[in-house]
Design a binder for this molecule. Structure first.
Ligand code: UDP
Length: 331
């Protein structure tokens, strides 16, 4: 298939691009490089450097070149994703995440592209009422970031009804790890997520890890999250696109490993695998953090035959360390 991957130079996007190339798809990447990196691009994929906020450029990209003769599908991963920032600068998230996606849907409608795989998030659920979270769990985002993802899911529902654009909305839990075959090595800039912060501490770019809260009602007092390897996530994107094309039906799926790890378990694995001390301190809880969040992957298994294969903590940490130990700068 001819697939346009928007946000394909980013951390998750580049892994998804690799997966689609491995499946023999003809891939074009569209990215504004605001957080994506040139070093994440593959020579086999055509690259458009532009923003989804520039409608004419986006429309031209969606039309494709004479080589591709248009696209069969879009994979959309271009969004801002910092939860804390979204509460301080909602305008930025309204514009890029919501308006940007409306541009993409309009360009798809204009150019006749019928399928879209969208990066959604567990943040659409808000505080869990039960775990593991299945797709029927109530939707009540706590952050403006989560709200943008939920709003986009609703808009995609309307474009499905009105324009026949079928979508797969994939609610990622905690995406982590690096390509198991070492083909992607771009480091996220100014990360706030736990595992890159731990890695930056391991290589000396940060003094210490601050652990947000150790008084939760969990097995060691720190929060439980469902870490899912980016290679597993990427496989799900390809399988979800197959599903919506074959069944001509949209889909919303939770993607996690069904198991949870605490902050201290992640840190212990990182200390063991890296052999570095990784100093840490405890601080107060981070606002809005639920004590535990894990995904049910039952529906993904039933519909796509998908389950996580590489998402055990040590595999995630080892694959991440492979990248950081080569590239981390000691300061
Ligand atoms: N966390 C932490 N210190 C950090 C970053 C994260 O203790 O510097 C904790 C955070 O409170 C949460 C878990 O690690 O319990 C995962 O956080 P992350 O921001 O990676 O993902 P989230 O679950 O918020 O999407």
């Amino acid at each position: 298939m001819n697939v346009l991957i928007i946000g394909g130079a980013g951390y998750i996007g580049s892994h998804v691009v690799r997966e689609f190339l491995d499946h023999g798809h003809n891939v074009t990447v569209f990215d504004d490089l605001s957080s994506g990196l040139r070093e994440n691009l593959f020579p086999e994929a055509t690259f458009f450097h532009n923003t989804i906020l520039e409608y004419p450029a986006l429309l031209a990209a969606c039309r494709g070149t004479s080589d591709t003769n248009g696209f069969d599908a879009v994979v959309h991963l271009a969004a801002f994703k910092a939860v804390g920032e979204s509460m301080l600068q909602p305008e930025k998230y309204s514009l890029n995440n919501i308006s940007g996606t409306i541009n993409i849907l309009n360009a798809m409608a204009d150019t006749g592209i019928k399928y879209m795989v969208f990066s959604s998030s567990a943040a659409v659920f808000g505080q869990p009422q039960y775990i593991p979270l299945d797709e029927k769990h109530p939707l009540d985002p706590e952050s403006y970031y989560g709200f943008t993802k939920l709003e986009i899911e609703r808009i995609m529902g309307w474009y499905d009804n009105l324009k026949g654009i079928r979508f797969a909305s994939l609610r990622y839990f905690n995406a982590a790890g690096y390509d198991a075959r070492g083909r992607i090595t771009g480091l996220e800039q100014n990360p706030t997520n736990l595992i890159p912060v731990i890695m930056e501490t391991a290589v000396g770019m940060r003094k210490e890890l601050t652990i947000f809260g150790n008084d939760y009602d969990t097995r060691d007092g720190t929060c439980v999250r469902d870490y899912i390897h980016v290679n597993d996530l990427s496989v799900a994107h390809a399988a979800a696109l197959d599903y919506i094309c074959k069944n001509n039906k949209s889909l919303k799926l939770n993607l996690g490993s069904e198991t949870g790890a605490t902050v201290l378990e992640i840190l212990e694995s990182a200390r063991r695998i890296t052999g570095r001390p990784i100093p840490s301190i405890f601080s107060g809880r981070r606002s809005g953090d639920p004590k535990a969040l894990t995904a049910s992957s039952k529906l993904a298994w039933e519909l796509l035959g998908w389950k996580a294969e590489l998402s055990d903590v040590d595999t995630i940490i080892r694959s991440t360390w492979e990248v950081y130990k080569r590239k981390g700068i000691k300061v």
